[in-house]
Design a protein around this ligand. Structure first.
Ligand SMILES: Nc1ncnc2c1ncn2[C@@H]1O[C@H](COP(=O)(O)OP(=O)(O)OP(=O)(O)O)[C@@H](O)[C@H]1O
Ligand SMILES: [Mg+2]
Length: 942
């Protein structure tokens, strides 16, 4: 919208060098630079110079501009950036494409209306980066310039700030120009900054003389003095001083803010119709085409009315078009400043009238045009807000709703809109304290919160995943489902999403009574619950009772999951596999979701898929990978604030592996603390996690009485209660600790419960465990028969830890019966535990094996029984145990990461372990008697 006649950049050697440094990084790298300087100092001039240089170097260019009166349309600036890249949209992942098209203002997919995921800055940022990388791959390096960044709409500014820090490797360069003293989002994120300062005296003189060769001496020195090197002042003051302002004292103009007044006299001198038209153009802030419409609505002849403005050097009209360019952004500011409030409102009303086909921009102008409360306008804003929400633009939706509330004449509608806005805002600000109260208020003011379900789904999604606040999320969502007008239509996408969310909350809450609102909602559905809801509810919520009823649906879902494109569906199918032990069949699909997250797709879903994969790894004995995935997931959780997943990953699955490997205390305190924190917010499942950890720890220590105490806090012996699916994960723990402590009756009752509910039909793993548990409660031949049955299940070896525990029990049974087969069975158990690194169990099995008279092969030891490591090996092992990566260890010890890896490869089997997780414990166990590691190191230094 703004422009100046190019005269060639004067001076500015340092500034141009900074630009060159940025541009020359482009072919290989990518980076960002922020130009900061006062109004008129020459930032835009430099941006143009950079663009010209980029053009000469063959770089593709995209320019973006903030507009002071742009209407604050969400993502307006981002749209300028994305529009030219539209042809590349098919080459990014579907998730990224959805985010980008939503930001472009297009509904993702009309059939799936559920505004499930708010357009998160991170997700969009990653998507923009992926698109930029794609652009660079296809057309070579890119220069994106963002001018007048102080006026970017907030959502765009956030995305651009996000992107600006992550450009290395994208071959995209970003040059941003901004005035100081505004909301300095980009400055605050640490983008390298370059100050644009006044022109030097000599350059100032040349610039002035070039444009005003005939200025008389005294005026010339007054201009030079007052402009103080500000190029805009140098170019405009001569006009100002020439138009009756000569009596102004130079002192008045010394203040840089005075440049604002530069254009005032010329604007005041324009004919009325020209000023009206200029004001329309300034406020409309959009396309040339729209301006023609607006001028038409105002009954003005655009070209004719513009002539005086063009003659005064305030605008330029491109030949043959109606495209109007302002001399400088300050012309726009001054025009708006000089207009009266009534004039501004009239202008906005005319623009709104002309923009019938642009509902979002129209809404902004309608709001600005309204002199006071007006229900028609408020209703239109609210409708527009819903449209925004429909494509995930939460910020835009709240802004419009708040405006709607302000313009509502009736207190009830005002309150309702306010509450809805606040409810949606929970998403954005994460300020959750008042959320429950807000819903109560809303109920009081407007009992049918007719359109709040999408907002509530979005808000509670964050409440659950970011804050772990199950209680509040569950209460809000249940109430919103209840109040939803379309609550019995099973084809309603929003409702389906809400119900799936409710399943997750009810599960994570860990209390059967939490399922009541869900069950009520499902009963109402006509013709019946949506298949996915039914599947997840049955297989994940209450597998003991309902699992087998959805087996054919699960078969179907898993049959097509590899072609499934919707990551949230994949995640849900994954849930249905957790307790049915079928995760292996969707690992490939889950991997796609994780990969898309790594490339910048939906992060939350990627973490979710990591959790599922991690669970599968735990169950199937791929423990090194489980720890790796947990760490990757935890890092993502930390970066994006998904605390719920970090509780599951770090506070549970990772600890299960650690404890199983003999690290009995390392992470347990932190995990327990996490569980306490989360269960205080209603996440009862975390208490179950903690009990499971303590159960396993007690078993590892051989303290079966304590184990029994913990495990029976997860499930009562003899009962498999409804909606307590996790009881399926501790069947063996309960029965083993019961039989080891003389609680035969309880153990048998539990086996009876398994049989009554046909748990064995749920999966081969569970069949194996049910037989294994039953064997523990029997003696003699009956026990042997059951052990054999458990251990001969063909799929058994897929779950090595569970199977080896049964092997161990069987071996112990055989040993007690003085059967020679005990040795082979125990030896197999030892081998499996050793491969897993399950030290406590390996020790128990080895002891039993030795007792059975067999020699047990350990790692190499010296005469005293201590494992021998060289000083260097011990050094490497100690650093690895502290959690350093091979690269970091290599850096400390001047070794290549490869040599470090090779050394660890040698060390692990000698310590009898298979992973880093148990390294610390193993080192401590095998420490030389007299010298601690630190002493040895000290001795080396001396
Ligand atoms: N180094 C220069 N040589 C010649 N002309 C210049 C130079 N720097 C700026 N100008 C001219 O001065 C005027 C003001 O500069 P410019 O528009 O770049 O300022 P700005 O810093 O972008 O201001 P704003 O913050 O208001 O956007 C323009 O007409 C521009 O062409
Ligand atoms: Mg500028």
């Amino acid at each position: 919208m703004t422009d100046a006649t190019p005269v060639g950049v004067l001076g500015r050697d340092d500034d141009l060098r900074a630009l060159d440094a940025l541009l020359h990084g482009a072919p290989a790298q990518g980076g960002a630079l922020l130009l900061v300087g006062e109004a008129g100092i020459g930032k835009t001039e430099l941006v143009r110079a950079a663009e010209a240089r980029a053009a000469r170097a063959g770089l593709r260019r995209i320019s973006v501009r903030g507009a002071e009166f742009g209407g604050g349309t969400s993502f307006g600036a981002l749209r300028q950036l994305l529009d030219p890249l539209r042809p590349l949209l098919p080459s990014v992942t579907p998730t990224q494409r959805n985010a980008l098209t939503a930001a472009l203002g297009e509904s993702v997919d009309e059939r799936r209306r559920g505004p499930v995921e708010p357009l998160a800055t991170g997700a969009l940022g990653w998507a923009v980066l992926a698109l930029a990388r794609e652009a660079a791959a296809v057309e070579g390096p890119l220069l994106v310039t963002v001018d007048d960044a102080q006026w970017l709409d907030r959502p765009s500014a956030e995305v651009i700030a996000f992107v600006a820090r992550r450009l290395v490797g994208t071959r995209t360069n970003l040059l941003v120009a901004t005035r100081p003293g505004h909301d300095d989002l980009l400055r605050s994120v640490g983008v390298p900054e370059h100050r644009v300062t006044a022109l030097g005296e000599a350059d100032a003189r040349v610039l002035l003389d070039r444009h005003f060769p005939d200025l008389d001496g005294p005026v010339r020195s007054r201009v030079l003095g007052a402009a103080a090197g500000n190029p805009l002042a140098l170019l405009e003051l001569p006009h100002a001083l020439g138009q009756g302002a000569t009596d102004r004292s130079p002192a008045e103009e010394q203040d840089p803010s005075e440049v604002v007044r530069l254009f005032g006299p010329r604007i005041r001198a324009l004919p009325d119709r020209t000023r009206r038209l200029l004001l329309l153009a300034a406020l409309e802030g959009g396309e040339a085409e729209d301006l023609r419409l607006v001028a038409g609505a105002a009954g003005l002849n655009l070209l004719e009315a513009m002539v005086p403005a063009e003659r005064a050097g305030l605008v330029r009209i491109d030949d043959g078009s109606t495209r109007l360019t302002f001399r400088h952004p300050l012309v726009i500011s001054t025009l708006v400043e000089l207009a009266t409030p009534t004039q501004r409102r009239e202008a906005h009303a005319l623009i709104a009238q002309a923009l019938r086909d642009h509902p979002e921009r129209r809404a902004h102008h309608l709001a600005e045009a309204a002199p006071g409360p007006d229900e028609t306008v408020a209703a239109e804003l609210e409708a527009q807000s819903r449209r925004c929400l429909g494509r995930g633009d939460v910020l835009g939706a709240t802004r419009l709703l708040k405006q709607a509330a302000e313009l509502s004449p009736a207190p009830r509608s005002r309150a309702r809109r306010q509450v809805q806005a606040a409810l949606i805002e929970v998403d954005v600000t994460g300020d959750l304290d008042g959320a429950a109260q807000l819903l109560a208020d809303a109920d009081r003011v407007e009992p049918t919160l007719t359109r709040s379900l999408p907002a509530t789904v979005a808000a509670t999604y964050l409440l659950l995943n970011e804050e772990c606040d199950v209680d509040t999320a569950h209460r809000l969502l249940s109430a919103a489902v209840e109040a939803y007008p379309n609550r019995d239509d099973s084809s309603d996408a929003v409702l389906e999403e809400a119900l799936l969310s409710l399943v997750m909350m009810s599960w994570f809450g860990g209390r059967p009574d939490l399922w009541a609102p869900f069950l009520l909602a499902v009963q109402r559905l006509r013709p019946g619950p949506p298949p996915l809801v039914d599947l997840v509810h049955s297989a994940f919520g209450d597998p003991v009772r309902l699992g087998t009823s959805v087996f054919s649906a699960l078969d179907d879902a898993l049959g097509t999951v590899d072609n499934e494109r919707d990551p949230s569906r994949i995640a849900r199918i994954g849930l249905a596999c957790v307790y049915t032990d079928r995760m292996g069949e969707c690992r490939q699909a889950l991997r796609r979701v994780v990969d898309s997250g790594r490339e910048g797709g939906a992060v939350a879903l990627a973490i979710n898929a990591l959790v599922s994969s991690c669970v599968d790894d735990w169950l199937t004995g791929q423990w090194d990978e489980a720890v790796e995935l947990a760490n990757e997931g935890l890092e993502l959780c930390r970066r994006h604030g998904f605390r719920r997943y970090s509780v599951i990953l770090g506070g549970y699955i990772e600890q299960l592996v650690r404890i199983s490997r003999g690290d009995l205390d390392g992470g347990l305190a932190a995990a327990a603390e996490m569980a306490q924190w989360a269960s205080a917010r209603g996440a009862g499942m975390t208490r179950v996690f903690a009990e499971h950890l303590y159960t396993l720890r007690a078993i590892a220590l051989g303290d079966f009485d304590t184990a029994y105490g913990h495990v029976t806090r997860i499930t009562t012996a003899g009962q498999l209660a409804p909606y307590n699916p996790h009881a399926l994960w501790v069947l063996f723990d309960l029965v083993e600790s019961a039989t080891r402590t003389g609680r035969e009756t309880e153990a048998r009752a539990h086996v009876d419960a398994m049989r009554e509910h046909r748990v064995a039909e749920l999966s081969p793993r569970l069949r194996m465990l049910v037989d294994g548990c039953a064997a523990l409660t029997c003696s003699g031949d009956e026990a042997s028969r059951l052990f054999d049955s458990a251990l001969s299940i063909p799929e058994g070896p897929r779950w090595p830890f569970d199977r080896a525990r049964i092997l161990l029990a069987h071996g112990e049974h055989l040993h007690r019966a003085k059967q020679p087969a005990a040795r082979a069975t125990l030896a197999e158990a030892v081998a499996v535990f050793r491969r897993l690194g399950a030290q406590p169990w390996e020790t128990r099995a080895s002891t039993a094996l030795r007792a059975s008279g067999a020699a047990v092969q350990d790692g190499p030891r010296d005469a005293s029984g201590t494992v021998t490591l060289t000083a260097r090996e011990r050094e490497i092992a100690t650093l690895a145990a502290r959690g350093l990566t091979n690269r970091q260890i290599g850096e400390q010890l001047f070794l290549s990461p490869r040599s470090v890896g090779a050394a660890l490869y040698r060390i692990f089997p000698r310590l009898g372990i298979t992973s880093r997780a148990t390294l610390a414990a193993a080192l401590a166990a095998h420490a030389p008697e007299d010298t601690s590691y630190d002493d040895a190191q000290q001795a080396d230094r001396d």
